[in-house]
Design a binder for this molecule. Structure first.
Ligand SMILES: C[S@@+](CC[C@H](N)C(=O)[O-])C[C@H]1O[C@@H](n2cnc3c(N)ncnc32)[C@H](O)[C@@H]1O
Length: 364
């Protein structure tokens, strides 16, 4: 392949000229040469060395560095790219080896071709599914498989988070990889509470899904002495049961109680031995967390400090009043509030936000 030899400092300048004039060989990379020079790969449309447009730079023959396509859309037929260029999806989500993509109505019929292109480009992706929105009581996504590597269309996959493998099935249960930072912060708060109490914690995650929050808590040595976890979605419960055993660390202080149930979170108060017990509670049902909170407070331990971390979708303008709102729920259940902080994690819609709250209190 012909290459244009240019001084290194002029590489960008000549790349731009070649690109604009159709002289750049696509799919090939720039060569690094001796004496600080670079070799720009030329297409067959580029003029001969004698052409004055090269400003005296020489042309030489060399094997080019062939780069693969940089974007999955480069695997699509060029006529299709031209037809759908304004609707080409520019983002997607990956859970394990499953890629989930939202397709505009206009390009849905091209879903299988788009999915094949994505599989060609992304070696770690096995299955591509179209995301047709959230459905049902458990807000699970309606996913339509579009293409699979080696025809393996299983929707069960494993996600690695903070060194732990978590099995999930995005067609049946909720999981958000984007909230992994929140889970890291759960761990920091739990460690701080352990320090204050000078003992491992009794933890409850009643909306556990497949258990990502428990993965980080249970993996930490000597952090959890008792664990109460559940989910109302039977599919999430099945996966949670399988996952949770793989999370448990070999601590000096063993886990004395592990209770995993397929129940409504508000029913934990009816479970024997759960009331007045929990040091660290997670409340993760964002559309209803604040509504459910009063029903969960009787679970909290008495006469020692405890922590609640939760997430809620609220009206943007109500953020300022949420600390007071949560404080008053705690006080009404006999709690002495040490601190409540409410912060925006991300926007949810034009008028709503996704908020995290963390409260430290002592119930009497
Ligand atoms: C937002 S997800 C959180 C899942 C998990 N904690 C995570 O971070 O991935 C909420 C979970 O609560 C479950 N759920 C919905 N209503 C419930 C209820 N009344 N009681 C217990 N779990 C419920 C859903 O099935 C879902 O798995």
């Amino acid at each position: 392949m012909r290459h244009l030899r240019v001084p290194s400092a002029e590489t960008q300048h000549w790349l731009e000229i070649c690109r604009n004039r159709g002289w750049l060989q696509s799919g090939a990379g720039v060569l690094s040469l001796e004496n600080g020079k670079k070799g720009i790969p030329l297409s067959i449309r580029a003029p001969q060395e004698s052409d004055s447009q090269w400003n005296g730079n020489s042309i030489f023959m060399a094997d080019g560095i062939i780069k693969g396509p940089e974007h999955w859309s480069e695997h699509l037929p060029s006529e299709l790219v031209e037809e759908i260029k304004d609707e080409i999806p520019n983002s997607y989500e990956i859970q394990g080896d499953i890629l989930i993509v939202k397709l505009e109505e206009k390009i849905r019929k091209h879903g299988p071709v788009i999915a094949e292109a994505m599989i060609k480009q992304l070696p770690s992706v096995r299955l591509v599914c179209a995301d047709n929105g959230v459905t049902g009581e458990f807000r699970v996504r309606d996913l339509q498989p579009l293409a699979a590597r080696a025809n393996d269309i299983s929707t069960i996959t494993q996600i690695r988070e903070n060194g732990v493998l978590i099995s999930t099935d995005p067609t049946k249960v909720y999981f958000s990889a984007r909230l992994s930072k929140e889970r890291e912060d759960n761990l920091s708060s739990a460690k701080e509470l352990r320090k204050k109490l000078s003992r491992p914690l009794r933890v409850c995650d009643p909306y556990a899904g497949v258990g990502p929050s428990l993965a980080s808590l249970l993996r930490e040595q000597n952090l959890v002495s008792e664990c109460y976890a559940g989910d109302l979605n039977p599919d999430a419960f099945d996966l949670l049961q399988d996952n949770i055993h793989s999370f448990i660390s070999k601590s000096d202080v063993p886990l004395t109680t592990l209770s995993v149930k397929n129940i409504d979170a508000r029913k934990w108060v009816e479970e024997q031995g759960c009331i007045d017990k929990i040091d660290f509670l997670l409340v993760n049902l964002p559309h209803h967390s604040l509504e459910h909170l009063p029903d969960l407070l009787p679970l909290m331990s008495k006469d020692s400090i405890s922590v609640i971390r939760g997430w809620a979708i609220i009206d943007r303008e109500s953020l300022m009043s949420q600390e007071e709102n949560i404080s008053s729920m705690i006080k009404q259940t006999g709690g002495e509030v040490k601190s409540v902080t409410c912060s925006e994690v991300k926007g949810f819609s034009s008028s709503k936000i996704f908020m995290r709250f963390e409260s430290w209190q002592k119930f009497h």
